[in-house]
Design a protein around this ligand. Structure first.
Ligand code: PLP
Length: 346
């Protein structure tokens, strides 16, 4: 008898079941045990693979999506890449409206995956007709046989994490997780994962990460949408200038805000100290851990799981570029020695 060939049917079979990696050096001076859920191990290199596959398959089950139809979405990059990847395998067209804040690498990657990309101005209000939300809405209305994924206002985004990320973390920690630290953009990751974990153990603390320039933290604390909180910032995918219904604010215990600069340095520190080449929001998430630790959130019995949403390769022209770091003024006298050392032999 011939041996069975051990192959996956497609890259879609590789989505989910990402590893949990213990952090040691970067957390050496912080009390507690810290574990990264490294979502870059998904085939599309981000956590958004989970929602792309789940939402598309739910739409198929409900008869909303048929072969040859078009998928439309707004995305800061990762969701678009995952949707384009799933569309290729399943035979859909993919149209994406992205923010001009997204890196050129990300936009080129979407185009490489066969998506049609519309780049929309980043610094306009969400209700402006040029915002990527409204451009996507218009493209959906104009395209026959199209489905608008609408990740900010789609409960299936939350369900995807309730059904996969949450159970994986519970199982990987043997139920010993005490804190979840996760960035909030659409809020799908933190809300769905938290919902599952809190059902298992209501004492698990859910610690959110927000950006300076975003409304989420203040809204969580006061239920007030404060326009004065909104200003441009550099981290992509974290924080928001609107309130997504995919965020379950009641399930999140606390939010903390992180800065562009400290998050950028922490992203580089993760690569240098842990060998984890992960994206800007992963750095933001660990930066939040440092700040939460200063607030006394953790003790020696804490088992803290931090979600690292995507891969570092998406930020070669940003946090991993010394030129970019210099342009932002992130290499001051304190951090100058952190610049990547290159010796040019002439
Ligand atoms: C790089 C990155 N990190 C974090 C997030 C936040 O995840 P969520 O939208 O599930 O809140 C996103 C979402 O767009 C992202 O692209």
């Amino acid at each position: 008898m011939k041996e069975e060939i051990k192959a996956y049917n497609s890259v879609l079979d590789l989505i989910g079941n990402t590893p949990l990696v213990k952090l040691s050096k970067i957390s050496a001076n912080i009390t507690g045990n810290f574990y990264a859920k490294v979502e870059a191990f998904n085939p599309g290199h981000s956590t958004k693979d989970r929602i792309a596959l789940y939402i598309i398959e739910e739409a198929e089950k409900r008869g909303i999506l048929k072969h040859g139809d078009t998928i439309v979405e707004t995305t800061s990059g990762n969701t678009g890449f995952s949707l384009a990847m799933v569309s290729i395998i399943k035979g859909y067209d993919c149209i994406l409206a992205v923010s001009s804040k997204s890196s050129k690498d990300k936009i080129d990657m979407l185009r490489s995956m066969g998506a049609k990309v519309y780049v929309c101005p980043a610094h306009v209000s969400a209700d402006d007709e040029r915002s990527y939300y409204n451009v996507a809405k218009r493209l959906h209305e104009e395209t026959k046989g199209s489905v608008y994924i609408n990740q900010y206002f789609n409960e299936l985004n939350v369900d995807a994490h309730y059904k996969s990320t949450g159970p994986e973390i519970w199982e990987q920690t043997g139920g010993q997780i005490t804190h979840l630290v996760a960035c909030s953009g659409t809020g799908g990751t933190i809300s769905g994962t938290a919902r599952f974990l809190k059902e298992k153990n209501p004492n698990i603390k859910i610690l959110g990460v927000d950006a300076f320039g975003s409304v989420l933290k203040k809204y969580h604390e006061t239920k007030e949408f404060d326009n004065a909180e909104i200003y441009p910032y550099r981290i992509e995918g974290l924080g928001k200038n609107l309130i997504p219904t995919a965020t379950d604010f009641d399930i999140i215990d606390k939010f903390i805000k992180v800065s562009d600069e400290e998050s950028a340095h922490t992203t580089r520190e993760l690569a240098k100290k842990e060998g984890l080449f992960v994206g800007y929001t992963s750095g933001a998430a660990f930066q939040a851990v440092k700040q939460y630790a200063e607030e006394g959130e953790f003790d020696e019995n804490s088992n803290v799981v931090i979600i690292f949403p995507d891969h570092g390769s998406r930020y070669m022209s940003k946090v991993f570029s010394d030129d970019w770091m210099n342009e932002q003024g992130f290499f001051d006298s304190v951090n100058q020695e952190e610049a990547l050392k290159i010796e040019i032999i002439k």
